[in-house]
Design a protein around this ligand. Structure first.
Ligand code: URA
Length: 219
């Protein structure tokens, strides 16, 4: 890119690929687009419905199509997956250790979903979700770490595991079904209200720190 005259720093075209720069706070441009130098990439996407969290999507577009080529070029990966029809907060990184720390089952990082059910959710359903429900074809109980009513058909459900279709199966276990599912927080990091669907942005230093400060749940 430098040989082809595409890279500039502070408006000056860089001609020498061997030139050294202090990376701290370095801003460079490629083809006129500014980039802040990032040793590792940490970003969030407000995932729209109709995208699969896969590099080889089967029926819909890939979430990676929503990221610019330089981020795919450095092979960022989503931290876990959301279903094709689930919307909301999805994180990406190219830092393997960070990805592992956040998605490792052992750390039990809480994920909060806004669940809109097809039918009204009675208080007994909320109590059942908080005391544990049995998922079809799986032994044991899955217990919600939190469950708050928003309205008759809507709850904020917090889970600490990441089983296949977990939220949909938990709602099925209380005799209902999910009409719309949006992830609204991961640990202490909420989906920002000003991030439109389909858009990504870098995590701020504070957001990155808040994710790593997410304590594993005691049990
Ligand atoms: N649980 C689900 O059922 N689907 C998701 O996309 C995420 C959690």
């Amino acid at each position: 890119m430098i040989d082809n005259g595409r890279v500039a720093i502070a408006g000056e075209e860089i001609a020498d690929p061997g030139r050294q720069f202090d990376p701290a706070g370095l801003v460079f441009s490629v083809d006129g687009t500014d980039w802040v130098y990032q040793e590792k990439a940490y970003l969030m996407l407000n995932k729209p419905a109709g995208y699969e969290c896969s590099h080889q999507p089967k029926h819909h577009a890939s979430v990676y199509a929503l990221l610019p080529p330089p981020l795919n070029g450095r092979q960022v990966q989503s931290l876990g997956r959301l279903d094709e029809d689930t919307t909301g907060l999805l994180l990406f990184s190219d830092d393997g250790q960070f990805i592992h720390r956040i998605i490792s089952g052992k750390r039990k990082v809480a994920k909060t979903y806004r669940v809109t059910a097809k039918h009204p959710l009675p208080d007994t359903a909320i109590t059942a979700l908080l005391s544990g429900v049995e998922l079809a074809d799986e032994p044991g109980l899955v217990v919600a770490a939190g469950c708050e009513r928003v309205d008759e058909k809507t709850i904020l459900l917090t889970v600490t595991e990441g089983r296949y279709h977990q939220v949909k199966r938990m709602i099925a276990a209380v005799g209902n079904r999910v009409d719309a599912l949006q992830r609204v927080a991961i640990g202490r990091l909420p989906l920002p209200e000003d991030l439109p669907e389909g858009k990504w942005r870098w995590l701020s230093a504070g957001e990155y720190a808040s994710l790593l400060a997410t304590e594993p749940n005691p049990a």
